[in-house]
Design a protein around this ligand. Structure first.
Ligand code: NAD
Length: 269
């Protein structure tokens, strides 16, 4: 079997069109333009690219966008004061604090993120939103696992009753991906660096979500014939080329659907 490739750009386009319609409907019905504020502290080059892209996307979708650039030396209290101001700002409905934070405040990350009002926490990292995800109540969900689930839905891939293996248990990807799959009636095994018999667990899975951060970690013998493979990893291989956590060329021969890297999940987020 050769897999069908789940092209991120196709799904991302559907996603953007939907968001644009929703933004226009809010404006038309209630006179409200949705607004996003992104705070970037310091000058991490990758973060600057991400923030610029978010700003451009908002503009294209009819979403009001503010980028707040704060110096590398910003203190925890200064950042919290900015979050408080945005929490109170009626133009702003979503607040993102771009991670990673500079060293002197990184240790306070939880306190900083918890200062965002849960209803404006568009990253879905606030414990209230995490709790809602756990209990199955509506809330804000981290974008990467949400994008993975939307891809499966939009591609018409059944989740209900399927055996899913998620590799990686980070708060940003692995855990919320496992919770979203559970909420969609998959039977989920959440694997991590201490998991025993990982290969066997993967080889029995109908859906594999790989979020490890190790190039080529998921090999063909871990992929069941006809399985769906979602590769979240973003790595550089020995030649310096961008690649995922899955040995794509080999897994593609066995999977029914597979996401490429680059060009897959990354474009959904
Ligand atoms: P992380 O480092 O926080 O977590 C990695 C997880 O992999 C851990 O839970 C760890 O237990 C697990 N792991 C490590 N070695 C393992 C092993 N040998 N066997 C089984 N599990 C093992 O990483 P993260 O933030 O979750 O990101 C994972 C990958 O996804 C990275 O490559 C990252 O760049 C990528 N990522 C992509 C997007 C996107 O597409 N927009 C967003 C976030 C992260």
């Amino acid at each position: 079997m050769t897999a069908r490739i789940l092209e991120g750009k196709v799904f991302a386009q559907a996603f953007r069109e939907d968001a644009q319609k929703k933004a226009a409907a809010l404006q038309e019905k209630y006179g409200v333009q949705p607004g996003l504020a992104v705070i970037i502290v310091g000058s991490n080059p990758a973060s600057q690219v991400y923030v610029r892209n978010k700003h451009k996307s908002c503009e294209a979708l009819g979403i009001y966008s503010e980028v707040i650039e704060m110096p590398e030396t910003t203190t925890k209290d200064e950042l919290i004061a900015k979050i408080d101001a945005l929490n109170a700002d009626v133009k702003i409905h979503g607040i993102l604090v771009q991670l990673p934070l500079p060293e002197q405040i990184a240790a306070h990350e939880s306190e900083i993120l918890e200062r965002i009002r849960p209803e404006k926490d568009v990253d879905g990292f606030h414990p209230v939103n995490v709790g809602r995800l756990v209990t199955g109540e509506p809330g804000l969900v981290p974008c990467t696992p949400f994008g993975c689930l939307r891809m499966l839905e939009l591609a018409g891939i059944p989740i209900d009753g399927q055996r899913a293996v998620v590799i990686g248990r980070s708060n940003i990807v692995g855990k919320p991906a496992a919770l979203l799959l559970t909420a969609n009636n998959a039977t989920v095994t959440l694997c991590h660096s201490k998991t025993r018999d990982l290969k066997a667990k993967c080889a029995a899975a109908d859906i594999i979500v790989a979020a490890i951060g190790k190039a080529g970690f998921v090999t063909a013998d871990m992929v069941k014939e006809g399985a769906v493979v979602i590769d979240v990893g973003i790595n550089r291989n020995a030649e310096g080329k961008l690649c995922g956590d899955v040995d794509f060329a080999a897994a593609e021969q066995k999977a029914s659907f597979i996401t490429p890297v680059p060009g897959g999940v990354g474009l959904m987020t």
